[in-house]
Design a protein around this ligand. Structure first.
Ligand SMILES: Cc1cc2nc3c(=O)[nH]c(=O)nc-3n(C[C@H](O)[C@H](O)[C@H](O)COP(=O)(O)OP(=O)(O)OC[C@H]3O[C@@H](n4cnc5c(N)ncnc54)[C@H](O)[C@@H]3O)c2cc1C
Length: 456
């Protein structure tokens, strides 16, 4: 892209066009995963929908690659590319709440923190994930699992409508009534079909929750996993608990004798009436007393950001996932082996429940196929030091390879790295053919291909 072209582009943009010569180029091209180091020719930091359209039209005319950036959290770094144009929506943070319908309209640059802080003044929450800095756009378009999944579904189950800029620069709305095929596809199909500029969500009245981790010594991990696989799906839908292998962070509120110790845990979140907490936790209290318990009442916003400080942007990050509907004894054995060998303080394995409300949606009602899964497993190698990148990656891949035979065959699309076309097909199963057809309608030239790509 020469100077002349970049000047022409800048003249059509109300926001900013950032290039290699700009002082903020290096910070603007950085994404959450410190392993990713890509150099786009330009970044259009959009100020409005017209900027998005002008960015798309420019890239089309110049025949250059486009990456779409929301919160920049994608593990595979799909919010940035080499050489092409990044259409960056991170400045679009408007949120409007309708207290009567409880509908929440959010622009596509919102993080979970932006969205749910704005909704909290109205006593509302939109279901999303477990780290508040994650972008709502990428999260919702892939699925969006989190503390409210069992009660209110995935983030995408709460999507009512979206505004979309298509590959030819046209602006359309996708909803059950308008472009319903597109609306079906964007609920799980990621950024393959267009650039979403705003989302209309159904909010829910959740202000206070009862939440936090219970932690056990590793010697009880087998007993805990066996109990968890039986009990978790039977719990009331207001009660959500994800299983974790972890190392205890070396600081408060954790007691010193546990610092850096490998342990196993369940992180609980109860979103029902607070006077019913004890009743909901009755089956949990029947299990062995935890070595450490840090549960208590708290605002939902506090829960949503509970792990933010442990996982700031810039760490080396490599993850692999799979959906599970059972955890047989042979899988438990492998979990015990790899879960006791976490390669760094921040590396972990989580089992996120995706049952309850999320499993009552039909598997072809949205592009998200794994409605019959009970858990979305993620194995994550994380460390701040690039020198440890190979170590955390190898551990993740080995752990995943040992567990994959016990999975349902495919992974949550937002927990995938660059794993190839067969893995993408395995994510969508029977929905894949319909996604290809809709891709042919809305993006026949595969203009949007920096994603978990569904090729037309
Ligand atoms: C620390 C951490 C915690 C996480 N926790 C959870 C969790 O609890 N639950 C969960 O479900 N997921 C979770 N994720 C995964 C997360 O959903 C994905 O990483 C997701 O891609 C992040 O979205 P983003 O907008 O931040 O990503 P970006 O990197 O900005 O974008 C990723 C991709 O999403 C698409 N995209 C983004 N914005 C748009 C848009 N406006 N229009 C069209 N396409 C777009 C594009 O294809 C883009 O390449 C977590 C990730 C991290 C790093």
């Amino acid at each position: 892209m020469n100077e002349e072209k970049l000047t022409a582009l800048s003249q059509t943009i109300k926001g900013t066009v950032i290039t290699a010569g700009s002082p903020d180029y290096d910070s603007a091209r950085k994404v959450y995963n410190g392993m990713i180091d890509r150099h786009p020719s330009a970044i259009v930091r959009c100020a409005n929908v017209t900027d998005v359209q002008n960015g798309v039209r420019f890239a089309r005319e110049e025949d250059i690659t486009v990456a779409i950036r929301g919160g920049g959290h994608n593990g595979a770094g799909l919010g940035v590319c080499d050489d092409g144009l990044v259409i960056d929506l991170s400045s679009l943070k408007g949120v409007r709440v309708d207290p009567v319908t409880r509908n929440v309209r959010a622009e596509a640059g919102c993080t979970q923190a932006d969205l749910n802080h704005a909704a909290s003044g109205f006593g509302l929450v939109v279901p999303a994930g477990i780290i508040s800095t994650t972008g709502i756009a990428g999260l919702t378009l892939g699925g969006g699992t989190g503390y409210l999944t069992r009660k209110y579904g995935l983030a995408l189950d709460n999507l009512l409508e979206a505004d979309v800029v298509l590959a030819d620069g046209r602006f359309v709305t996708a909803s059950p009534k308008q472009n319903s095929d597109l609306f079906w596809a964007i609920r799980g199909g990621g950024g393959n079909f267009g650039i979403i500029t705003s989302f209309l969500f159904q909010g829910h009245p959740v202000a206070q929750v009862f939440a936090g981790p219970m932690v056990w010594d590793l010697e009880h991990a087998q007993e805990l996993l066996e109990w968890y696989r039986e009990t978790s799906p039977q719990l009331p839908e207001e009660l959500y608990g994800f299983f974790a292998f972890l190392k205890v962070p070396p600081g408060p509120p954790f007691p010193e004798e546990l610092h850096l110790k490998g342990m196993c845990a369940i992180v609980w979140a109860y979103c029902g009436p607070l006077d019913k907490v004890e009743e909901a936790f009755k089956p949990v209290r029947k299990f062995r007393k935890p070595r450490l318990e840090l549960t208590g009442p708290m605002p939902y916003l506090a829960l949503q950001s509970m792990f933010d400080a442990l996982y700031p942007p810039g760490d080396q990050w490599y993850w692999r996932g799979d959906f599970l509907n059972e955890i047989p004894d042979a899988a438990v054995e492998q979990h015990l082996k790899f879960g006791s060998q976490l390669p760094s303080l921040k590396s972990t394995m989580h089992l996120y429940p995706v049952d309850g409300f999320a499993s009552r949606v039909g598997r072809s009602d949205t592009a998200f196929s794994y409605r019959d899964a009970k858990w979305s497993m993620v194995i994550v190698g994380v460390d701040p030091d690039p020198a440890n990148a190979a170590k955390i990656t190898t551990w993740t891949k080995d752990y995943w390879a040992a567990l994959h035979p016990y999975s349902m065959g495919g992974a949550y699309v937002n927990f995938m790295m660059d794993e190839g076309g067969e893995r993408i097909k395995a994510t969508y199963r029977d929905n894949y053919a319909r996604l290809v057809e809709i891709k042919r309608t809305y993006d026949p030239t595969n203009f949007f291909h920096i994603n978990q790509n569904i090729a037309p």
